[in-house]
Design a binder for this molecule. Structure first.
Ligand code: SAM
Length: 219
């Protein structure tokens, strides 16, 4: 890769900070309220793109107020839906929104950072991250953690709002390079329209075979 491209990837991988990265207090809860209203179309688009199969397990990383969880419950295919967010206020909001499914044992929402996930290797069929990778503190290592907790052949979907900013497209290009580097295969990107929004959907899979970059990581 060209040095200039490497430098740009480095800058794009640096996490964003502030209330959107870790919402807290009254302002944070207002962010949650807003996301629940504004991000509906992108969450709908992401859940539909997952094409969940009956009985699969799914982890959502950075669930915010829990809109995608609610849609996964309504979709009715997942056997187990686990969601994490490192912001306690978002965990509370997601738990409140999904309290019935939590009571029924289908949903589990935990306060946890993507960098400290306690899940065993091969725990999930599917991992979903909507508008959240731009905040992950150690993108490259965090992607490797996602790979580890996926079952062999498991799917990863990153959904992000596409803006007119050139930076938004460059971030997608950076992710298209970062996923294979972390060990994902069949990495592709699609763009979709969700109401007035453009959405980037970046897919990757954990290889089903032994060997390759994944084994180097766990060794
Ligand atoms: C822009 S919001 C998106 C919320 C939701 N996915 C949506 O689209 O409506 C980003 C969320 O990611 C969470 N987040 C950011 N960094 C995280 C990390 N390192 N680990 C877990 N969650 C994180 C934030 O707390 C916030 O709730």
């Amino acid at each position: 890769m060209l040095l200039q491209e490497e430098k740009e990837d480095e800058a794009l991988a640096r996490p964003k900070i502030g209330q959107a990265a870790k919402p807290r207090g009254r302002v944070g809860r207002a962010f949650g309220w807003l996301w629940r209203r504004v991000n509906g179309p992108i969450n709908r688009c992401a859940v539909s793109a997952l094409e969940m199969q009956h009985g699969e397990s799914v982890l959502e990383i950075g669930c915010g107020p829990g809109d995608a969880i609610e849609r996964l419950v309504r979709d009715g295919q997942a056997r187990r839906i686990v969601a994490i967010d490192h912001a306690p206020d978002m965990v509370d909001a997601a738990r409140t929104l999904n309290k019935v499914a939590i009571r029924e044992g289908v949903v589990d929402v935990r306060e946890c950072s993507v960098s400290e996930m306690p899940f065993r290797e091969g725990s999930f069929d599917v991992v979903l991250a909507v508008n959240s990778v731009q905040f992950w503190p150690h993108l490259r290592l965090d992607l490797k953690s996602v790979l580890r907790i996926l079952k062999p052949g498991g799917r990863f979907l990153i959904a992000m709002r596409m803006t007119m900013e050139p930076r938004a497209r460059r971030r997608c290009e950076m992710l298209l390079r970062a996923l294979p580097n972390a060990g994902f295969v069949e990495v592709t990107m699609e763009e979709a329209s969700a109401r007035a929004m453009q959405v980037a959907l970046i897919f990757g899979k954990r290889p089903i075979w032994a060997g390759g970059p994944y084994d180097a990581f766990v060794a």
